[in-house]
Design a protein. Sequence first.
Length: 361
Amino acid sequence: MNYKIALIRGDGIGPEVVNEAVGVLDAAAEKFGHSIEYVDVLLGGCATDAVGKSYPDGTAEKCRACDAILLGAVGGPKWGPDKPADQRPETALLALRKDLELYANLRPATLRPAMADSSPLRRETAEKGIDLMMVRELTGGIYFGKRDKYQTEDRGVECTDLMAYSEKEIERIGRRAFELARLRRGKVSSVDKANVLETSRLWREVMHRLAKEYPDVQYEDVLVDNCAMQIVRDPGQFDVVVTENMFGDILSDEASMVTGSIGLLPSASIGDTAPGLYEPIHGSAPDIAGQDKANPMATILSAAMMFRYSFQRREEADAIEQAVDAVLAEGWRTADIAKPGEKVVGTKEMGRLIREKLAAL
Ligand code: IPM
Ligand code: MG
């Protein structure tokens, strides 16, 4: 096959980790007889520096002309919350997700076998294994609702952020979750705050409707505060966790942390038609940018997800994941996941080791 991939290298360590993922994509292409063409797309703080705004005109169109998008990371202290919205990297990321209607964000939190003792959880809890898929609604809810800021007569300034969800939005993300559960261990946990929020009550109603359509999938409702607790108490109980945008933002960070290695976790943002967006869940780590210290594995595993979810090529995805696991099993680590005495390598060397493994599989 011939694939066209948009590369958003971004800020901080973004360009370094994207480089290594591109190396692995090329190695996979060679191994499996594909050709890949890359198109650079400018977005984030680097775009603000280059052209004055973080989401340059025509970005969505450029991306739409590709089969998938690989993103490193965006953001940094240079473009903080005090900057106008159109100069902030976060605005660009939200706009891209919205413009391409990438409503389903898949964030696997997996404790990779070689990393079992890196989890901050008690050994007997971690040993049960962690392999959950957070399915976060990505283009609705409070992150996209109407905002307001106004002066009141007696309470000073007041702000509001509106959380809105429609049946249609809930149903399409719900379906994704149930379909995914069928390919995994057959369980969906739907997270809401139905004891307080109207949007959550609608969420629950729609999920219950869907659960009837998928009788082969085990279903449960979990309140968000309880879910936060269960993720540290016994994450092994979860298979697919589906939730609205803000809850998913917070819980996916928590779930990643219990695996002990945020530098290893990929993500996919997909819609019904537009190209999917693949990115590590970690940030741009400006403190180590340009020092060949960043862990490229999460971006490399994002490339594996690209093969799996955008190109429907399971073999390539499995091979990349196997190569990563093999390198970890041999004891190679980047600094972020190394324990005293382990073999520490830089970004480039880690990329090379994974490419080599992949070719030799
Ligand atoms: C994430 C990030 C973004 C989000 C920010 C940077 C807008 O936290 O991808 O989880 O909240 O979606
Ligand atoms: Mg987040």
